[in-house]
Design a protein around this ligand. Structure first.
Ligand SMILES: [Zn+2]
Length: 140
């Protein structure tokens, strides 16, 4: 049984999202078509959760610009890069799933400092307008 007092996330809360874009190349060894180097205009959406009880006196859960900045900073080194050459992807090819996990880790670290009431609920990554992966880190 889950103690509801230990899962405030299940209580009333807000979900807020902001997006960042970057253009980058990758290769996925062993995957037909994808093993040839190619590029995408990647789209990343970061969604954070803030408990209703943490909304400030103005009525804001967290400033959208804070989420946007965290999302942009998380992908800053991806811009015009060959993702396979970057440190997070040295030993594991940069699939959309792994891009989402890396962004989630970076944003989580950043928000802990600047918006501690906000937790990352979901990171979505689009390689193409019709191809999206969603990563949910689950309860901390
Ligand atoms: Zn691709």
């Amino acid at each position: 049984m889950t103690d509801p007092r230990q899962t405030p996330a299940e209580g009333p809360h807000f979900l807020l999202s902001a997006e960042a874009m970057f253009s980058a190349a990758h290769t996925l060894p062993g995957v037909p078509m994808c093993e040839r180097m190619h590029g995408h205009n990647w789209r990343v959406r970061v969604t954070v959760r803030v408990a209703q009880t943490d909304v400030d006196a103005v009525g804001m859960a967290v400033d959208f610009r804070v989420i946007e900045r965290a999302a942009r900073d998380a992908v800053a080194d991806f811009e015009h890069a060959h993702l396979n050459e970057l440190e997070p992807f040295q030993d594991r090819p940069p699939t959309a799933e792994r891009v989402a996990q890396v962004v989630c880790g970076r944003v989580t670290g950043r928000l802990a400092d600047i918006a501690p009431s906000a937790t990352v609920e979901e990171v979505e990554v689009w390689e193409l307008p019709q191809y999206r992966v969603s990563y949910r880190p689950g309860p901390a």
